[in-house]
Design a protein around this ligand. Structure first.
Ligand SMILES: [Zn+2]
Length: 443
């Protein structure tokens, strides 16, 4: 066990002590030194006139080291971002989806750092408190391209629990087979994208089976954003499971540590996080600002001041869960906020408003216009439709004064065929304006 994971497990409060400027400076300096071993950063830093020895303070780091953007990493040769060359250590490759640009960002870890990250994950409160050896855990994250499935496997194996690897909507485990395995094995912990977890419950319901009888206690939702209220609705579909939303980025890892209050905490023991305005000037806590991250424990692929493209809001108050790390809300990608009447909101916030109603279908669509919003939501029980649509309408009307709200309820599977492999693209979930600009992509 590494020193860091030991401290995190036994003395979580001590992590706060590592927040002093001296420790942070030392970590950032060693990051820059490591980054200099990669061709990508050696060239980038040299061009900016920065040598590792120039970084003596945190301010040196934030002022002298240039931001790293996604397009730069997309354009790089995958081997140029490596600080450790193949053959020196066992390396594992992954990449981002590249959906938007068609150019994925390479992602590398060494076997050793991958295992250390697993140890750290095991020490996080939500895992330490809830994952027990006698639990049966189904991992429905992808096993190829991302490190999600493999990471989930390692966590379960190191915890000594029972592992049921399923993957995500693949030929070996089409949705109906996946749902049946989850039922038959009486899974306690379901690691899946929220959409898939909703889908598997609906497949069981279609067969006249009751998802609550499976006995799922926890759902670790990942791979897509899931708002707090959608997480609650998902838990209800599975008969009262607790849902934790783990949102990571392939290229930068976990940006936040989820807690039991549905908040995300900055993992400052492994990540240096800055918040900046659009023009690059530093932002303050409580402001909606862009996050810039420097993972400080990276070995294979160092990253310096990576502009994630995500807006976050660092909370001013400590979180009720007691975790001694700054709490934040992850709002969404730059340019995806929409104006509805007098207010502007990110898609995840619109989803959160929608799911104040207990929807149990798999999919929804919110199409936002400046003066009105068209909402289509799947729900199984037609007898609830008028109650739910009334609730949704009044929730949106009170949050967006003066905006006309149209709600249409449809049967499960009408927007998204959850029984199919994910071959084509599902209808988008949040759209804006007449060009139907897509804000949350289909799964
Ligand atoms: Zn918390």
């Amino acid at each position: 066990m590494s020193t860091l994971s030991f401290l995190l497990k036994h003395f979580p409060g001590i992590i706060k002590l590592s927040e002093n400027r001296g420790m942070i400076t030392r970590r950032l300096r060693s990051c820059v030194r490591r980054a200099f071993s990669s061709k990508f950063y050696r060239e980038k830093l040299t061009k900016a006139g920065v040598r590792p020895s120039d970084i003596r303070t945190i301010d040196d780091f934030t002022r002298k080291v240039p931001l790293t953007t996604r397009p730069e990493l997309e354009a790089a040769d995958p081997y140029d971002v490596l600080a450790i060359q193949p053959g020196r250590e066992c390396l594992i490759y992954a990449q981002t989806s590249g959906t938007t640009t068609g150019r994925p960002v390479p992602v590398w870890v060494t076997k050793r750092e991958f295992e250390r990250q697993t140890e750290l994950a095991l020490c996080l409160p939500i895992i330490r408190k809830h994952l027990r050896k006698d639990m049966k855990c189904a991992i429905c994250y992808p096993y190829t391209r991302t490190l999600a499935g493999r990471g989930g496997d390692l966590i379960i194996q190191h915890a000594g629990a029972t592992l049921i690897p399923i993957g995500t909507r693949n030929n070996m485990y089409p949705p109906e087979v996946a749902a049946e395995t989850i039922r038959k094995l009486r899974v306690d912990v379901l690691g899946a994208a929220a959409t898939d977890a909703f889908a598997y419950a609906n497949i069981l319901l279609d067969r006249g089976l009751r998802p609550e009888e499976v006995g799922v206690k926890y759902i670790m939702s990942g791979a897509e954003p899931c708002s707090e209220n959608r997480a609650r609705a998902l838990g209800k579909v599975w008969g009262g499971a607790r849902v934790f939303s783990l949102l990571g980025q392939n290229e930068s890892g976990f940006l936040g540590v989820p807690c039991e209050e549905y908040m995300m905490h900055i993992p400052s023991f492994a990540m240096f996080t800055e918040i900046i305005h659009d023009d690059g000037t530093p932002a303050a806590r409580g402001e909606r600002a862009l996050s810039v991250v420097t993972p400080t424990t990276r070995e294979a692929m160092p990253m310096l001041r990576y502009l994630t493209g995500d807006y976050i809001e660092l909370l001013k108050e400590p979180c009720a869960c007691g975790l001694p790390l700054p709490a934040m809300r992850i709002l969404g990608r730059k340019g995806t906020d929409v104006r509805l009447g007098p207010v502007s909101r990110f898609p995840i916030e619109l989803e959160n408003t929608l799911y104040k109603a207990d929807l149990n279908g798999v999919w929804y669509q919110i199409h936002a216009w400046p003066d009105h919003v068209d909402i289509t939501a799947e729900h199984r029980d037609e007898s609830d439709w008028s109650r739910l649509s009334g609730q949704i309408k009044s929730n949106f009307e009170s949050e967006f004064p003066g905006v006309a709200v149209n709600v249409r309820m449809v049967h499960q599977g009408e927007l998204y065929n959850y029984r199919e492999l994910r071959m084509g693209k599902a209808v988008s979930r949040v759209l804006a304006g007449s060009d139907g600009k897509e804000l949350i992509e289909g799964a």
